[in-house]
Design a protein around this ligand. Structure first.
Ligand code: PEP
Ligand code: MN
Length: 346
């Protein structure tokens, strides 16, 4: 951290700041300038709160020079992290496409969609058994039964499964039935859930909160990693803005921003990111062009009957068309399309 003194700060005020820094067990390095004095601080292991120093007399501002997150940062680890999900690698050369319904509604629905997305080339199956709904009267998911359906469909179709846990107890249930734990946008800062996921052996798909900054997303990931689980995949899923032509604004600049700041893989979710079926394919392709490590796409064979998010689900045919375009776009990004795992690699 760097403390910048006001132009008219007195030597006594500078001295008081130096003493305060030293009392915190840190080392102060006063740097006299032509107009003002700055004081560099070294020796801090965690992050310092700038407010502690900004409230001292003569201080103009305290500026963080290092990021508040540690283990998820590129400084900590320069090479890209590759996360293995049931035999599928996320963050390597292969683009990973997670596809499936918003919610598991029945065995028939789930297996029909799973077969369709698998034959189009999807690498992982998604489907919520516990749904975080805005209204308590909306379909909340099949719960345990939904997890059992997912596990059965995974075994029959051969796609590893990603599903959401809403609370720490839910993590235990998801661990018994799925291959990856999803933490949704509404729970990005549910710290007890993050800590519980940090104790899991399963990889975590952490979605960006709808009003979270990139630093907040990376600090949420830091909660999981600092509890001992290094296998975190981030996901940009749109943020709230004034724009009302889409449900959310898919913030694709988050993808290169995260890539610069962190070694963790990042996916894009154009389904929740736009909330409109007709926007999903173009924004999926834009996500790949922006450097995302893969996509998460909601697909439904009868979206008009879907119990959640039918308006943004694309049909299996449209999904197959998208996969064809992703396959052609991948080499431009020096990538290819990841294969679904063979039974032996799972
Ligand atoms: C979902 O993936 O179905 C979901 C609820 O996503 P989000 O948490 O991004 O809204
Ligand atoms: Mn959904």
């Amino acid at each position: 951290m760097l403390v910048v003194m006001k132009k008219d700060a007195t030597p006594e005020q500078v001295q008081r700041v130096v003493e305060t820094i030293e009392r915190m067990g840190l080392v102060a390095h006063p740097i006299p300038g032509v107009q003002r004095v700055a004081i560099g601080i070294t020796g801090n292991k965690g992050s310092l709160d700038p407010n502690t120093l900004e409230c001292l007399d003569g201080v103009m501002e305290a500026i963080r020079v290092s990021k508040p997150f540690k283990q998820v940062s590129r400084e900590w680890k320069t090479e890209d992290t590759v996360v293995n999900v049931g035999g599928v690698e996320i963050g390597g050369r292969g683009l990973v496409v997670i596809a499936g319904p918003c919610a598991v509604e029945s065995y028939e629905q789930c297996v029909t969609i799973a077969r369709a997305v698998k034959s189009a080339g999807a690498t992982l199956l998604r489907g919520g058994a516990f749904k975080p709904r805005t209204s308590p009267y909306s379909f909340q998911g099949l719960g345990q039964e939904g997890l059992e359906i997912l596990a059965r469909v995974r075994d029959e179709v051969g796609l590893p499964v990603v599903t959401e846990a809403l609370d720490p107890d839910g993590v235990g249930l998801v661990e018994r039935h799925a291959d990856m734990i999803q933490i949704g946008a509404r729970n990005m800062q549910n710290f007890s859930l993050l800590k519980r996921a940090g104790k899991s052996k399963l990889p975590v798909l952490l979605k960006r909160g709808m009003s979270a900054t990139i630093d907040e997303l990376l600090l949420a990931a830091e909660y999981v990693v600092s509890e001992g689980n290094p296998n975190v995949v981030l996901c940009e899923r749109g943020v709230r803005t004034f724009a009302d032509h889409t449900r959310n604004t898919l913030d694709l600049s988050a993808v290169p921003a995260v890539k610069g700041l962190s070694h963790l893989p990042i996916l894009a979710d154009p389904s929740h990111g736009t909330g409109r079926r007709d926007n999903v394919v173009p924004m999926a392709l834009a996500s790949v062009a922006a450097g995302a490590d893969g996509l998460i796409i909601e697909v439904h064979h009868r979206p008009e009957t879907a119990l959640s998010d039918g308006h943004q689900a694309i049909l299996p045919d449209a999904f197959a068309g998208l996969m064809e375009q992703v396959r052609r776009l991948a080499p431009v990004m020096h990538r290819d399309l990841a294969d679904a795992p063979t039974p032996a690699s799972r």
